[in-house]
Design a binder for this molecule. Structure first.
Ligand SMILES: Nc1nc2c(ncn2[C@@H]2O[C@H](COP(=O)(O)OP(=O)(O)OP(=O)(O)O)[C@@H](O)[C@H]2O)c(=O)[nH]1
Ligand SMILES: [Mg+2]
Length: 317
């Protein structure tokens, strides 16, 4: 069971840049102001927009402010902060985790069906391999038998990097330097998982630009191999998004969704970026659950996403 106090404290520290960019700037603007006039509203609009929450959410919040706080009359600045906080929480709740055979708060598998298959996809350098390593570690900590499939046959150093992660997490890895066909490696991994009654197979894939049709179709092929071999869809297909890319994240999700049925998102590099606000835009637009956020390069720097915790980390001092 995770320690709620520690995770919130850690999250607060890691999300400090996003917090400064949103709450910090609102605080500076509003302290000492007694009236919500058009100039102040315009400045709030600018702060919201620059925090990467996107145009639609910015306008929604401005509208709610106008409805709830009378323009040109006295107000307390906490009223504005609380309203922004409330609206942003409502948006995140739309992206709460859907039903899944995993309980990620405790890294438990909730049914008997084995092996569970998790496929990790995304554009280059978003943090796929790192996130996979962290997930492997968490399952292993709960004594599950985990196998990593090194299906990134594209990048020369991919296997070495993944091997390092497998060692850190103390889990097995399956690789095959004699093939460039990721499907063949996935097939081998599934075979092994079935024979050895393994619990989870984590499939690392090569980074690919969402505009490259042949590479996107290659992902489809991997999914078909899983379906054929196990008679089920992958249990998860996670798209890994680098939060520091801001607006481009939206384009990536749109395009991946055209090709494959994503079950969730992992938003990485939330530490060290002021653009964490992009999460609101993503959840609002796609209603697709954010399952994890990456908050550092270490093995323990992956947190199951929790709307309340996230909002509190940004809005509590
Ligand atoms: N600060 C920070 N760095 C991260 C996080 N996740 C990944 N990284 C770093 O991002 C860089 C790229 O991570 P990888 O896991 O190799 O990314 P990838 O998507 O597998 O890359 P390709 O396989 O080349 O497409 C590495 O230096 C990681 O340490 C995170 O949550 N926070
Ligand atoms: Mg990788």
């Amino acid at each position: 069971m995770k320690n709620l106090f520690n995770t919130l404290e850690k999250l607060k520290n890691k999300l400090v840049k996003t917090k400064d960019n949103l709450l910090g700037r609102l605080n500076i603007l509003l302290k000492g102001k007694t009236k919500l006039d058009d100039t102040v509203l315009e400045e709030i609009r600018e702060i919201l927009y620059l925090s990467d929450i996107g145009y639609d959410i910015t306008e929604l919040i401005i509208q709610k402010l106008k409805e709830n706080i009378k323009v040109n009359l006295e107000f307390k600045y906490e009223e504005v902060i609380n309203l922004v906080k409330h609206e942003l929480l409502l948006i995140l709740e739309k992206g709460e985790r859907h039903n899944s055979c995993f309980d990620y708060n405790n890294f438990k598998i909730l049914d008997e069906n084995r092996p569970k298959i998790i496929v990790i996809v995304g554009v280059n350098g978003t943090g796929k391999t790192t996130s996979l390593g962290k997930i492997a570690y968490n399952f292993k900590e709960n004594n599950y038998h985990v196998l990593i499939a090194a299906a990134d046959t594209f990048r020369a150093a991919a296997n070495e990097q993944l091997t390092v992660w497998a060692k850190r997490a103390s889990v097995e890895i399956i690789e095959n330097k004699n093939t460039k066909d990721p499907g063949a490696i996935v097939y081998e991994a599934l075979d092994k998982a079935i024979k050895n009654h393994l619990d989870v197979v984590l499939i690392d894939t090569a980074g690919r630009l969402h505009t490259k049709t042949d590479l996107m179709n290659e992902l489809n092929k991997i999914i078909r191999i899983i379906e054929k071999k196990l008679n089920k869809k992958p249990d998860e297909i996670f798209l890994v998004i680098d939060a520091t890319t801001g607006q481009n994240a939206v384009v990536q999700i749109e395009n991946f969704l055209k090709y494959i049925p994503l079950t969730g998102l992992i938003l990485t590099k939330m530490d060290g970026t002021a653009k964490g606000g992009v999460i609101f835009q993503i959840v609002d637009k796609f209603k697709i659950p954010v399952k994890f956020i990456g908050i550092g390069e270490g093995i323990e720097d992956l947190q199951p996403f929790d709307s309340n915790e996230f909002i509190n980390a940004i809005f509590e001092n």
